[in-house]
Design a protein around this ligand. Structure first.
Ligand SMILES: NC(=O)c1ccc[n+]([C@@H]2O[C@H](COP(=O)([O-])OP(=O)(O)OC[C@H]3O[C@@H](n4cnc5c(N)ncnc54)[C@H](O)[C@@H]3O)[C@@H](O)[C@H]2O)c1
Length: 354
């Protein structure tokens, strides 16, 4: 099998590339390395991930932008599958530079689908997001307890794929990702490409170099280990369902071997694997014995007080269940970041100060 992974030097893409390489597939990775800076500030360098993937002789890295259709199409030629992870990923950056967000996420995704269609690539898997549901999520009733918000009973299993996506605010990032999501569905209906939209909640794990603006679990681990001050936007009771990266790869692998022609799946840890920010800081204290100084600031635009994925559809159709609890996953991430000196000297909180 030959696979193209866009954004394959990033967190999720690099794990997918490694999964296929370890199986002996031929893998082409495209990445423009833009995540190395965020809002004009250096975030991290890519040496760690590039060197890691270079250990696999069946991975070829092409430094390119998915907005360059010619290069993208050449890379897609002869592929059986495209895993599309490349994206502008931060809500905050999308508010400051919606044009960059639009071209990267809408034009970029359209290019990926066109590269698939014109090269006869059979399958496209798209990294979608829970942000497609926008501010509608904040209309679900919540109950506040001492450390977290909890959805009211009607949504105790979380947000299903049938949840409304329109007549609400989304943020530019939510709009651009939703546009890509709908295009992927359309290319399945119109052109018979097998597409899969993974509407992901909070994925975390090794090789995630999180910053305040994106990848919050990794950012809080990193800040805690380095003793950096932490700003919590809102009251810290906002909850998310956490999914460790190996569980995401497992779900993806199950989709590939399934008979499902195309699908949309809400993907996260589900109701069993939820955590709030202040609960996460407590877990980190238990694991590391460290606690950073915390200050509280205004809620961020369109932040969801609670988001939990209803993973019933993925669970039933793919016979899949997340295996790694937040406690275990955080343990693993602490071990990874402790042993990784790449981020020394970089103040990853800087891009968020606006
Ligand atoms: N991590 C999460 O919790 C999460 C949640 C929901 C959705 N997603 C989606 O999953 C995908 C991967 O996210 P991630 O966490 O691995 O982020 P990441 O930033 O680690 O990876 C994205 C990669 O894409 C590259 N890239 C960005 N724009 C590009 C372009 N125009 N051309 C080529 N390469 C480009 C970046 O350099 C980066 O290496 C994204 O589409 C994101 O929107 C992630």
């Amino acid at each position: 099998m030959k696979i193209l992974v866009t954004g394959g030097i990033g967190f999720i893409g690099s794990h997918i590339a490694e999964y296929h390489a370890a199986k002996g597939d031929e893998v082409v990775v495209i990445d423009n390395l833009s995540r190395g800076t965020l809002l004009g500030k250096p975030v991290f360098n890519y040496d760690y991930t590039i060197n890691h993937l270079a250990e696999y002789k069946n991975i070829r890295f092409v430094k390119a932008d998915i907005r360059d259709f010619k290069v993208l199409s050449e890379a897609a030629a002869g592929c059986d599958l495209i895993f599309h992870a490349a994206s502008q990923t931060a809500v905050t950056a999308s508010l400051l530079n919606p044009a960059e967000d639009f071209t990267s996420n809408v034009v970029g995704t359209f290019n990926v689908l066109e590269a698939a269609r014109t090269n006869g690539v059979g399958t496209v898997v798209y990294c979608s997001t829970n942000k497609v549901y926008g501010n509608n999520v904040n209309n679900v009733g919540i109950v506040e307890n001492s450390t977290r918000y909890v959805f009211e009973d009607a949504y105790r299993n979380g947000i299903p794929e049938t949840f409304p996506i329109d007549r609400c605010e989304h943020t530019p990032y939510g709009c651009s990702k939703l546009s890509g999501d709908i295009y992927c569905q359309e290319y399945a209906h119109r052109y018979g490409i097998r597409t899969c939209n993974l509407r992901m909640s909070c994925i975390y794990g090794t090789r995630q170099f999180g910053v305040e603006d994106q990848g919050w679990v990794a950012w809080l681990v990193y800040a805690t280990l380095r003793g950096l001050p932490i700003t919590i936007y809102g009251d810290g009771k906002q909850i998310r369902d956490l999914l460790f990266i190996s569980d995401l790869v497992d779900l993806y692998a199950r989709f590939l071997v399934s008979e499902i022609p195309n699908g949309v799946f809400n993907v996260g840890g589900g109701r069993e694997f939820t955590v709030s920010i202040i609960e996460l800081l407590d877990i980190l204290y238990n694991v590391t014995g460290k606690r950073s100084a915390v200050t509280f600031a205004e809620w961020r635009h369109s932040d969801q007080k609670a988001y939990v994925s209803d993973i019933g559809k993925a669970s039933t159709e793919l016979q899949w269940q997340p295996q790694i609890s937040p406690r275990e996953g955080i343990d693993r991430l602490v071990s990874f970041i402790s042993g990784c000196s790449l981020l020394e000297g970089i103040d990853a909180s800087l891009p968020g100060k606006h």
